[in-house]
Design a protein around this ligand. Structure first.
Ligand code: AMP
Ligand code: GLY
Length: 417
């Protein structure tokens, strides 16, 4: 089978690895891809959705997988264009992808379908924002638009809120756009992924990610410094509660609203004392959660997403391994404010009990992998217990290094009782 995967990061490296492991004869193409991805997949010359579609038609590609979200909402929408061309796509059409692209759309969807989430107000200017905050702290401020993961601020006090409001509504750091003032929710966070195809869904192994740069969740927000996955995180009846209050009503809501959905749907949840509540939807797998979850999948992952993309989800095609999976990210010097390129990475070939997924690497003139971005790579190890997986992932990660490397020392231990 010929498959095109859209994206270039660690998540896409993990998705392509999972495809090749379950179907070694699959011919995988990648756009835009990366040097590490091109060891598994062939590059595609394209400059947008139209040329991607022409390529897929010319090559006879049978499945398009949207790893990242940007093409889902660009121009006519990647999945919409695939549908027109008769190519099954694992990723939702533009209309449904608004669940991720517009926070206001997502909130209105959740209210309409009585799906638990924090209370909110949408404002256009700083005066209205102050009124909506009404002196209640902590408060959560979210820019409703693309902000490269920097559009959310949990503000402990007025000074922090005022600084963010200035940046977003006065200096317009992220450009034009409205702001959501949201109720602060307290509790542990969990990332839930469902494979959705029309009215059918299948809930995958849950994960927890680590967004802050420093140990104990200190320091600035990042794209993600690590993640943990295990079925054991579904303690007691948690899976049933999440399914009945969150996942099922979401899938039914999409059906009721005439928004056909095919692809992974990501639910960022806060497990509050009043039950799970949604922080956000994403219309794709999480990054770096995919790097932790996918090594836990056994069975026929490729046929699983292919049948889902054709509208016939077959949950029986995959299973989840027991135990724990831990993904530890190494980032380059200067991240997240900036990043440093060109630092040579040594030791990659000495990994024997862990995998590596590349995110920001590039081969240099000598053919060595060097840093080329903020988050450089993730090392992923599995273990029977969480402690085993933590010990293994750190022992393996210690074998690989580059100048200026930054990584957390508490992935898999922080935020677990
Ligand atoms: P988001 O991009 O909406 O997932 O927000 C990024 C992070 O901000 C989340 O992972 C949470 O840690 C935090 N956050 C978002 N919304 C809330 C909320 N309503 N209450 C508390 N923390 C939040
Ligand atoms: N791990 C968070 C995200 O993928 O958005």
């Amino acid at each position: 089978m010929k498959i095109l995967v859209v994206g270039k990061g660690g998540r896409e490296h993990a998705i392509i690895t999972a495809i090749k492991e379950s179907e070694p004869q699959a011919e995988v193409y990648s756009f835009p891809g990366s040097d590490a991805i091109f060891e598994l997949a062939r590059p595609v010359e394209a400059d947008g959705i139209d040329t991607l579609i022409s390529f897929m038609q010319a090559e006879g590609v049978e499945l398009c997988v949207a790893g990242e979200e940007s093409y889902l909402v660009k121009d006519q929408g990647l999945a919409n264009a695939c549908e027109q061309a008769g190519i099954p796509c694992w990723g939702p059409p533009k209309e449904a992808a608004q669940l991720e692209a517009s926070k206001e759309f997502a909130k209105e969807f959740m209210i309409r379908h009585e799906i638990p989430t924090g209370g909110y107000a949408v404002v256009d200017d700083i005066e209205a924002a102050r009124q909506a905050i009404a002196g209640k702290y902590p408060t959560v401020l979210k820019f409703d638009g693309l902000a490269a993961g920097k559009g959310v601020a949990v503000c402990a006090d007025e000074a922090a809120a005022e600084a963010f409001l200035q940046e977003v509504l006065v200096e317009r750091r992220f450009g034009a756009g409205r702001l959501l003032v949201e109720e602060f929710l307290d509790g542990p966070e969990i990332s839930i992924f469902a494979a959705v195809s029309g009215d059918a869904y299948h809930i995958l192994a849950p994960a927890r990610d680590y967004k802050r740069l420093g140990d104990s969740d200190a320091g600035p927000n990042t794209g993600g410094m690590g993640a943990v996955s295990s079925l054991e995180m579904f303690e007691g009846d948690l899976k049933d509660v999440i399914e009945t209050t969150i996942v099922k009503p979401t899938v039914e809501g999409l059906q009721k609203d005439g928004l056909p959905y095919r692809g992974f749907l990501y639910f960022g949840l806060m497990l509050t004392e009043d039950g799970p509540k949604i922080l956000e939807y994403n219309c794709r797998f999480g990054d770096p959660e995919a790097q932790a979850v996918l090594p836990m999948v056994s069975g026929d992952f490729t046929q699983f997403i292919y049948s889902g993309a054709k509208g016939d989800l077959k949950p029986e095609l995959i299973e989840f391994r027991k135990g724990w999976s831990i993904c530890l990210v190494s980032a380059s010097a200067g991240y997240p404010e900036g990043s440093r390129n060109g630092d040579v990475i040594s030791g990659l070939e000495s990994l024997d009990e862990a995998r590596v997924y590349h995110a920001g690497t590039k081969r240099n003139e000598d053919g060595e992998f060097a840093t080329a971005g903020g988050r450089v790579y993730a090392i992923v190890a599995r273990g029977d217990t969480r402690a085993d997986a933590v010990a293994k992932v750190y022992a393996e990660s210690d074998k690989v290094s580059f100048d200026g490397m930054q990584r957390r020392s508490d992935i898999g231990t922080c935020n677990f009782g």
